[in-house]
Design a protein around this ligand. Structure first.
Ligand SMILES: Nc1ncnc2c1ncn2[C@@H]1O[C@H](COP(=O)(O)OP(=O)(O)OP(=O)(O)O)[C@@H](O)[C@H]1O
Ligand SMILES: [Mg+2]
Length: 253
């Protein structure tokens, strides 16, 4: 039994079957990658796991409890944090102000911008926010407006915001998209370090196979809304089903 159990999940958008009978089990304390060509349904699946989309049928259980029907912040409180494909930070706030949102949310048990004003003098929360920014090599940019950050820096800020909530399950949708290779490698190292230091399960959606094979212990290949194969990285390399999934695309593994 995995920490996350997805059973028979279907999701249609009008006439399009974006997810068709998806079954997925993610084991606790592993890094599980979900790969597949553009439009395979990867983000749709992730969005169904965090309350952003509601599947038409099927079940999604986290640690024995259903996430379906719960609000995104409730799912967050259950111990699931996520980085969406499109950065969801507050552009008019500074990097530090963005960082303070989940730090206070963790302490106060709710997402609330208001919380910043009411408890801004709390030293421990600031210290934690500072530490997370330093870990992500963003501390020098703490006064910058988030809207003026590079895409790669925005992604790193989002990862830091998620980690500050000390999730048990971290869901990352293309966390290194738009990053230069050096930043991608820093992010890989950071995720490895976090994995060593904490009890955390990571599900990562990625097109960059360097990231996938650096981090993943299990890989699920999704194509046209359905898992084609799930296996270890060694067995996925050169697997005929992977070639089938990517047929016609330049990506090879
Ligand atoms: N809100 C929506 N309304 C209608 N169709 C959608 C919606 N969201 C996604 N789709 C469609 O569902 C399919 C799966 O999309 P999804 O974004 O999950 O793919 P993906 O695997 O994440 O792709 P990518 O690698 O490009 O991010 C695509 O055909 C997409 O156009
Ligand atoms: Mg996507």
């Amino acid at each position: 039994m995995g920490i996350l159990e997805v059973k028979n999940v279907n999701k249609r958008f009008g006439g399009l079957q974006a997810l068709g009978n998806v079954n997925l089990s993610i084991a606790e304390n592993t890094v599980h990658a979900i790969i597949g060509p553009n439009g395979a349904g990867k983000s749709t699946l992730l969005n169904c796991l965090v309350g952003k989309l509601i599947p038409d049928t099927g079940s999604v259980m986290f640690d024995g409890q259903s996430v379906l029907g719960r609000k995104p912040y409730e799912i967050n409180q259950m111990g699931i944090s996520r980085v969406f494909q499109t950065p969801e930070i507050f552009g008019d706030l500074t990097v530090m102000e963005n960082m303070l949102i989940p730090c206070f949310a963790k302490r106060d048990g709710a997402f609330s911008l208001h919380a910043i004003g009411s408890v801004a003098s709390e030293k421990d929360v600031f210290e934690k926010a500072k530490q997370m920014l330093s870990d992500m090599k963003l501390y020098d940019k703490r006064e910058m407006h988030a809207s003026s950050m590079s895409r790669g820096d925005k992604r790193r800020l989002e990862i830091a915001m998620c980690l500050s909530q000390e999730p048990r399950l971290l869901l990352l949708d293309e966390p290194t998209a738009g990053m230069a290779r050096a930043d991608t490698n820093n992010t890989i190292d950071l995720l490895k370090q976090i994995k060593e230091e904490r009890d955390i399960t990571i599900a990562i959606i990625e097109h960059d196979m360097h990231v996938v094979f650096s981090l993943a212990e299990r890989i699920t290949v999704l194509a046209q809304g359905t898992p084609l194969v799930e296996d270890t990285p060694d067995n996925i390399k050169g697997h005929p089903k992977v070639k089938e999934a990517y047929l016609g695309e330049t990506q090879t593994v």
